[in-house]
Ligand binder design. Structure first.
Ligand code: UDP
Ligand code: MG
Length: 342
């Protein structure tokens, strides 16, 4: 359970995680966990679950699948219940839709494997790639992430937005986010523990992965088209997520606003000096209505934008201090590995 989650919040556990087990462990006979966030994915899960369980069964002696139902309103819940009869599968059900980042956090909390793979439920992330990820992990990588080879399946506006977002978030910051990497990745237990130890509620996962560091390698892939349903991330959600990312990982907008203010002030000073000089040279001059109106509009616009930028940061501070849990669990389905051992 994430330290911020509602049903258990033993602080000692969270503190323990701040010093993860740093010893090297054998990666050959390891347990592999797959975490799958699902929001109204019944149609896709019907295909994915047989595929994924077959795949894991053939390759690994110890594996588990953690399914997180993020408040689905279709048959996803019933399907998860059915699949949870398998001893290796268990599911968490949220009380409502809390978002993919919360679902991933819950899944990471529940996963017990030595390596954890995050995988979308919509068949866009081919399970076959897990083979290569595990191979790289066994060879020593701590994180293996899938890197999209191209974004030709996306619209031009979305691609432009992505480009602007990554250039802003990566501008001058120490932590660099790879632009074409998503949540499809394998992480070593130490990386997972480091992620779980982060106390913040703003779970912009792509930023958090980069922040925790560790040795990361990428494997190229081309996401398959979504067979059923449409992407849950519309323009509004994407914009919201980018603001979460920017406020959580860079102070560039704040610095840009200060710089803009400074430039404006210098220009205003120069113009003021020019007016004074022209008064002494040409005498009293009452014209300048246009100048006044234009300046007024310009400066009030700039001020409102600055207040907005500041407000975005203040809103995030408010979210953090409220300290609400990341998600509320309705129920757990199936047994965890640990519970079966008792
Ligand atoms: N998802 C979720 N909660 C949400 C939105 C999405 O758990 O609020 C899951 C969704 O079921 C899928 C994954 O996150 O397994 C990726 O979602 P989607 O395919 O809509 O996003 P995209 O592929 O466009 O990034
Ligand atoms: Mg998808």
């Amino acid at each position: 359970m994430h330290p911020a989650a509602i049903d258990v919040a033993p602080e000692s556990r969270a503190r323990q995680r701040l010093e993860p087990d740093l010893g090297a462990r054998p990666r050959q006979a390891a347990r592999i966990s797959c975490v799958v966030p699902c929001f109204n994915e019944a149609a896709n899960l019907r295909e994915l679950l047989p595929q994924l369980t077959d795949f894991l069964r053939q390759r690994f002696s110890a594996w588990e699948i953690v399914l997180v139902d993020d408040g689905s309103t279709d048959d996803t819940g019933a399907l998860l219940e059915e699949w949870s009869h398998l001893p290796q599968v268990h599911a968490l059900q949220f009380s409502r839709n809390f978002g993919k980042e919360a679902a991933l956090s819950a899944g990471l909390e529940a996963a017990e494997g030595d390596a954890v793979v995050l995988l979308d439920a919509d068949l866009q992330h081919p399970p076959e790639l897990i083979d290569e990820m595990v191979r790289r992990w066994r060879a020593g990588a701590d994180v293996v992430y899938a890197l999209r080879e191209h974004r030709q399946d996306e619209g031009r506006i979305k691609r432009l937005g992505t480009k602007v977002f990554y250039s802003l978030i990566n501008a001058g910051e120490r932590v660099k986010l790879p632009a074409d990497a998503g949540d499809f990745r394998l992480m070593d237990r130490r990386v997972v523990d480091a992620l779980l130890a982060l106390p913040e509620r703003n779970r912009f996962m792509k930023g958090l992965y980069a922040w925790v560091g560790f040795h990361a390698e990428s494997v190229p892939y081309t996401p398959a088209p979504r067979p059923n349903g449409t992407s849950k991330f519309n323009a509004r959600r994407l914009l919201r997520m980018s603001i979460d990312g920017l406020t959580g990982f860079t102070t560039l907008p704040l610095r840009a606003v200060s710089l803009l203010g400074l430039v404006m002030a210098i220009l205003a000073f120069v113009y003021g000096a020019f007016l004074v000089a022209s008064y002494f040279l040409y005498g009293h001059n009452v014209s300048g209505w246009t100048t006044i109106v234009v300046c007024l509009l310009l400066f009030s616009g700039v001020q409102l934008v600055s207040v907005g930028v500041l407000g975005a940061y203040v809103a995030r501070i408010f979210e953090e201090v409220k300290g609400r849990p990341l998600y509320v669990l309705k129920r757990r389905i199936g047994q965890r590995y640990k519970d079966q051992m008792r």
